[in-house]
Write a protein that binds this ligand. Structure first.
Ligand code: UFG
Length: 351
């Protein structure tokens, strides 16, 4: 089968990171074809795609049909479940979706001659991190939850497929939005720090805040960590910088680059209190005072990426700082699309 060198299949392209990657792919001149089951994704998030087909990555017949129709030269694989806490409660759901279905997807692609794959992986593959130094890709991978293990297993399988070149991108903490393109995160439930700070600060509708467990305001989880101010330190990266890294990884593979793995983070750590401070300043809400709760189970003190390898090999550099993440998230969370999506998901969840 003659492949089309501009067509890129994007699984999970109706999700948060996938939809931003589609937007950047299109701008870069590619033809992104989205497949998504819409179990968690949103139809509105596919508006930037050249084509959309609803279906499951674990359905080999569906994937073959889409490959026959569009003849993609490469695939970006985002489709996955992403909640660490849920993965501990329902490990089989994570191993089925993130590992078994990913295997079917990768094998089917290989069978159709799709030999370039960029895979969304996670810092969760590293597992228990006790040191505060930035993490390099050669650090041992010892996931401590089914989410991290399922992603690592998918990485391992992908690397083992003869004739397929792949890049696994291990993300650290992703935030921000591209409101001008009508894109942003609309998770339900929403567990991530930046949206949970931003929503109360922009006075999001009460129904949205209560559906997301924010009725009593934003709470800092733990102030007794061995860090500079007692709160946990993370490496935040803007979703558009992350999307840009995918396009660079894709070009790297299309130019003959070898199978590899890259961390994606800024290399700088922010504590929860520092993010709160940045949000107070950026959103001009000096009156904002967060509450405090005990630590959330399984949260390490410090997670910072060493992304030297991505800088050296992919010439990738994150360009948008924490203020941009907060500001763009605020603009997105004010949009009717976001509010409607959360209210709909809340209604479905309670019915
Ligand atoms: N936090 C709060 N209050 C909240 C929400 C979060 O204090 O309401 C804290 C958390 O305890 C943590 C920090 O903010 O210390 C960041 O929490 P996030 O939930 O935003 O992100 P995590 O670092 O827990 O997880 C992220 C991704 C995971 C991925 C992991 C890899 O969301 O998918 O990084 O390290 F697995």
């Amino acid at each position: 089968m003659q492949l089309d060198p501009s067509v890129v299949l994007v699984s999970g392209g109706a999700g948060y990171i996938g939809s931003h990657a589609v937007h950047v792919l299109k701008t870069a001149g590619f033809t992104p074809v989205v497949i998504d089951s819409l179990v968690n994704g949103n139809l509105w998030a596919t508006r930037g795609a050249s084509a959309f087909r609803k279906g499951d990555i674990g359905d080999a017949g569906f994937v073959r049909t889409v490959c026959d129709e569009f003849r993609p030269v490469a695939a970006l694989h985002f489709a996955a479940f992403i909640e660490v806490g849920e993965s501990v409660k329902a490990p089989e759901k994570y191993f089925m979706n993130n590992r078994e279905k990913a295997r079917v997807f990768f094998d089917t692609l290989a069978g159709k001659g799709v030999r370039n794959v960029v895979f969304s992986s996670t810092a969760a593959v590293y597992g228990e991190v006790t040191e505060s130094a930035p993490i390099r890709e050669d650090r041992p991978t010892r996931p401590v939850n089914p989410y991290g293990q399922s992603k690592l297993d998918a990485e391992t399988h992908l690397r083992s497929i003869t004739g397929v070149n792949s890049v696994a991108l291990r993300y650290f903490n992703v935030a921000g939005a591209e409101p001008d393109a009508g894109l942003g995160e609309a998770h339900f439930p929403e567990t991530h720090l930046i949206p949970r700070i931003v929503l109360p600060l922009i006075d999001a509708p009460e129904a949205v805040q209560s559906a997301l467990g924010l009725a009593t305001g934003f709470k800092i989880f733990g102030t007794d960590y061995p860090t500079r101010d007692g709160t946990a330190v993370r490496d935040y990266i803007h979703v558009m910088d992350l999307a840009d890294a995918h396009v660079r990884a894709l070009r790297y593979l299309l130019e003959g680059g070898k199978t590899d793995v890259f961390n994606l983070g800024s290399g700088a750590g922010y504590s929860v209190k520092e993010i709160v401070e940045a949000a107070r300043t950026t959103l001009k809400r000096s009156d904002f005072k967060p509450g405090v709760e005990l630590r959330r189970e399984g949260d390490p003190a410090t997670l910072i990426a060493d992304s030297t390898k991505a800088r050296d090999i992919l010439s990738w550099r994150p360009e948008r700082g924490v203020e941009h993440m907060i500001d763009s998230a605020a603009a997105w969370h004010r949009s009717p699309t976001y509010t409607d999506t959360i209210l709909k998901k809340a209604t479905i969840a309670s019915s």
